[in-house]
Design a protein around this ligand. Sequence first.
Ligand SMILES: [Zn+2]
Length: 534
Amino acid sequence: MSRFDLLLRGGLVIDGTASPDAARLADVGVAGGRLTLLAPGAPAEADEVADVTGLAVTPGFIDVHTHSDGVTLIDGELGREMVLASVLQGVTTEISGNCGSSLFPALPGRLNAMGAENRVYFGGDVGMYEGFAEFGAAHAAVPRANHLASLVGHGTLRSGVMGPVDRAATPEELETMCLLLDRALGAGAAGLSTGLIYTPGTYAGTDEVVALAAVAARYGKPYVTHLRDEMSRVEEALEEAVEIAARSGAPLHVSHHKTAGKYAWGRTRRTLPRISTLRAEGMDVTCDVYPYTAGSTALGAMLPPWASEGGISALTARLADPGQRDLMRLAIAEGVPGWENTVGNGGWDRISIACAPRHSETEGLTIAELAVTRGQDPLDVAAALLVAEQGEVTIISHSMVEDDVRRVLAAPYSMVGSDGVPKPGGRPHPRWAGTFPRVLGHYVRELGLLSLETAVHKMTGMAAARFGLEGRGVIADGAHADLVVFDPAKIADHATFTDPLLPPTGIERVVVAGLTVVRDGMETGARPGRVLAT
Ligand SMILES: [Zn+2]
């Protein structure tokens, strides 16, 4: 008779594939961190037998878009609490290193010293670790509950080699960036990411990105991009990404696809058919999406790119200068070619403060509200906050409409990524704690936008295939034992913009590498997670 560490009896297995019989009654055995599928009631013994009748048993969710790279390394116990929000919603693997920003690689001797002032969540600063192996070793020293994989950030490569400068890379600089990328991908990083709305990504032209994406193409790893514009010029930005993929040969993955701001609302009616056509023509294009009509990013990204040239000290010096602030006001009013102008596409009344560590009284309020209270111009309010916080302010931007979100979620090639920014303090975007149960509860059960099997596939098998996570994202004999057990009739998100870390309900158990890390909605304290090489 078979013997297991854990045996889940009586559940509805949804195996993570796109096959027509993806959902079926089966028992699931876990031994040595691997899975075995059994006929219902088949004779077997186990150290722990769980009756999961009436519940769904699925592969662990893969959050394909996070900014959680170093939260446990940098923020200690607070960081671990933040990471927990992800595990409690069933995420067993996070993909970090997104939007151009990763914690590696860096040239030896030019490593970024660890510290609050050096935390970068978007765009990219100099890496903290020399390579992927050092990144993995750092995480191994601070055990975590779930797994982490990482892309290589273009912004990190660029800052490390060139500094925060607004100019094209020289051939030698580009060669060094390609070499660092090549080493990181060879060591197990999952692909290349860009954040072309953020500095220093905004400073790079298309050719520079093509050269780097060609390195990813050699490994068959994806080019993952936060498009240069997700607002009024989203279609041109998508075409740039398509050009990069076509010229480099890299598979293309569009991060958190959205058409935001009043000029772009409804534009998914054009971007999604364009992607479908490209796929029909044979191009390997996918995307991810989070199930909310608000985004979250850095307050600094509301300013024209030239404001940040030279790094944070140069930015704060400009912000303190009334003449420079007038130029920024003008740039926002009139736009700058090639720059996604969030405020110009919406207004300061759609931008609320998520996290300003030293000015928590501003959190939850919009810049427009703060401006009225203080009798100041909104840009001056933003400038004062950025100076006082040394640039470290995150915001929530209520910039999308529901129809666009639903269209992207329903697209057959979209996966689910929270885009969570787990940063202790403040009122972060609720997506870090609610994304996956929100899709399964609100969009699957309540709205019927997707079938349960399709939603699970988007969260598991499709994501694992895209990011090279072999043996994950499916329930099959010999697959890695990363699992979620939930009640499809009850699963629901509770995190809101006012209470952003409230855990979901309906998730009974989360298993990582064969160990139960969440039981009855509570963490068990097990920390089997590690950095995964792809
Ligand atoms: Zn992004």
